[in-house]
Design a protein around this ligand. Sequence first.
Ligand code: TD4
Ligand code: CA
Ligand code: ZN
Length: 315
Amino acid sequence: MALYSKRQLVPTRQILDAALAGKYAVGAYNVNNMELLQAIVEAGNELRAPLILQVSAGARKYANQEYLIKLVEAALNSSDIPISLHLDHGEDFEICKACVDGGFSSVMIDGSKHSFEDNIALTKKVVEYAHERGVSVEAELGKLAGVEDNISVSEKDAIYTNPDEAAEFIERSGCDSLAVAIGTSHGAFKFKGEPKLDFERLAEIKAAVGKDFPLVLHGASSVPAELVKICNDNGAVIPGTMGVPEYMFTEATKLGVAKINVDTDLRLAFTGAIRKHFAENPGHFDPRQYLTPARAAVKEIVKHKIQVFGTNGHA
Ligand code: TD4
Ligand code: CA
Ligand code: ZN
């Protein structure tokens, strides 16, 4: 379905194919309100970077899908970079259908909690509905569980993505991209001890699925110490954080990762700026006063991500 904007969304698979060909990755940034969206789109515009905007079930519940679509229409009209709109972690056919019908350019069906066969069947059903309407589909195989430092080989085999299964899954489901489990997890507490991703496994997955198939890295926030410090220096209590070190994205991108999901870092930037503003201006109560620096902080972190992922200059 077309949006009511002068400019239209770009199919996500098109953005990902260009990223694979150009050997860079595209950040997928979670959108929950107007300020986050404006920050992300301004960053992409300034650095000439294609963008994937993603909306979770939680975002739909918080903001209402219709409001978010209208905001994205406004963003399209105030930018000239390729933008796609993606459903993040759709858990059943119905939510995927609602987003396809609403005009999204891709949906994720997250069937990772189901058996291999049930995940294939569910993904295939979403693919059939979405492809008929020009919408691409991301699927997930393996579990993004919080990972301990000393995870054993047999535990890894149980939760991480199996390369041969990945190839079979893609072949049978027809999905356009695949989220892989190689040691990342959502949130601000990703590792105990040394951060470690299973790049050997990622290389095997890439070899099994082929070099032209885009892989997706979830739970990819870096949780920068500076951002956590701004929060904690201004009243927050967020100890023991750890994210994915930035140097790892170069390796991941070489091994077929074309989409990198970032939410936590945006939350930290937004919240830190608000906390700092209130600490310095206890008398303020106009939302525009504290949301202006919050929006600026998110724009700055997104610009940084764009440079780390190598997305700049590709729009
Ligand atoms: O898929 N995501 C974003 C997860 C969004 C959280 O869902 P709710 O909006 O429902 O709370 C990621 O992979 C982001 O990973 P990150 O490392 O940023 O946590
Ligand atoms: Ca999942
Ligand atoms: Zn995710």
